[in-house]
Design a binder for this molecule. Structure first.
Ligand code: FE2
Length: 355
């Protein structure tokens, strides 16, 4: 079994058209396909957003019993399916189920002209499902015969995003280790990073698991029940259980991407000015002028291989659950341990008036 990367992420949402309007106008992700009852997807409306290797499907249920309607009723809008591109769906499905994955849907083949796509589904974490996707032929099709592919009529010219870099997943206390082990034992992922994070009396344990191809990365995080309840507890409560907290979109120019998104009304989490005073001492010289990073609130961290620049949007959802991250990697292959701690320490200095 070979897992090449994240093929797509499917969100179940209350209104797919409104979500697509927001992601299109604010993030430049254009509609490249749609499906529904008329294409053989009964009781649902699905829209495919695409940019380079980023594929996001927005699905709304059209009848009360549809899984998307039930998901939204329980969790609000959120990630329901993480599609993984594999070399052989049938073999991967058999292997995953033999290793203990819960089967959700057996292999099915979809075929139009030169394109063949084979999909199957197994359970992941919480209510999130993994869809195995094997693709042959031209890649403009998504789900041949079930989704009508179209060329966007108009939209922004710039291409801001290249791929889904990683997903961050919140899990209840006590589930972090079993879920990390599940991805190791069943999917063959490796643990690439572990960290205990302390922020304002809250404690969080984090483990990062990654596919051997290095193109599927999940950051798993659980709250420390012995510390003050905080933002992870809030997510678990508002989302009603384990789920995807943020989707990180990779860009090759974070300054341009964040400037563009901000000009379109996207709100990002703020960073105190004190963070930037300690920055070069912590991560070394940064190619981008620090004042440009400070103006936009972009965070910089480093790992063994290089630097990474990150920023988080405010939640795009009324429950304050799902949000997006924009990330540019300048050599860094994993994550840095400094960002949250440095941010917290800088915030403390600012509050104490010491700087
Ligand atoms: Fe992240």
């Amino acid at each position: 079994m070979e897992i090449f990367g994240i093929d797509h992420v499917e969100l179940y949402v209350g209104d797919a058209r409104q979500a697509a309007f927001y992601l299109g106008h604010a993030f430049g992700l254009q509609i490249h396909g749609q499906g529904g009852p008329e294409t053989g997807l009964p009781d649902q409306r699905s829209l495919l957003l695409r940019e380079d290797a980023v594929q996001i499907v927005l699905t709304s249920g059209l009848a009360a019993g549809h899984p998307a309607a039930e998901y939204v009723q329980r969790h609000g809008d959120g990630v329901a399916i993480v599609g993984l591109e594999v070399d052989d769906t049938t073999a991967a499905y058999d292997e995953l189920v033999a290793r203990g994955a819960q089967p959700m849907a057996g292999p099915q083949t979809y075929h139009v002209d030169e394109t063949t796509v084979v999909i199957a589904e197994v359970a992941g974490f919480g209510d999130v499902i993994h869809r195995l996707v094997e693709r042959h032929g031209p890649r403009h099709e998504f789900l041949p015969g079930r989704m009508h592919i179209s060329v966007p009529s108009a939209g922004p010219d710039e291409k801001l995003f290249s791929e889904i870099d990683h997903l961050a997943i919140c899990v209840p206390s006590g589930e972090l280790e079993p879920i990390a082990k599940f991805y190791e034992d069943v999917f063959g992922f490796a643990r690439i990073f572990e960290e205990y994070i302390e922020v304002a009396g809250q404690g969080m344990d984090s483990k990062v698991v990654q596919s051997p191809s290095k193109h599927v990365t999940f950051t798993l995080i659980e709250p420390d029940p012995n510390r003050r309840p905080g933002q992870i507890n809030d997510f678990l409560s508002w989302h009603a259980g384990a789920g995807v907290q943020h989707i990180a979109l990779r860009t090759s120019n974070i300054v341009e991407a964040v400037s563009t998104l901000a000009s379109r009304g996207v709100n990002f989490l703020g960073t105190p000015s004190t963070y930037y005073r300690a920055l070069t001492g912590r991560v070394g010289e940064v190619e981008t002028p620090i004042e440009d990073l400070e103006k936009l609130g972009i965070l910089v961290d480093r790992d063994h291989w290089g630097q990474l620049l990150q920023i988080f949007t405010e939640s795009m959802h009324v429950r304050r659950t799902l949000f997006l991250e924009i990330i540019e990697r300048r050599g860094a292959m994993t994550f840095g341990s400094g960002n949250i701690k440095a941010l917290y320490e800088a915030k403390e200095r600012e509050l104490a008036g010491a700087s």
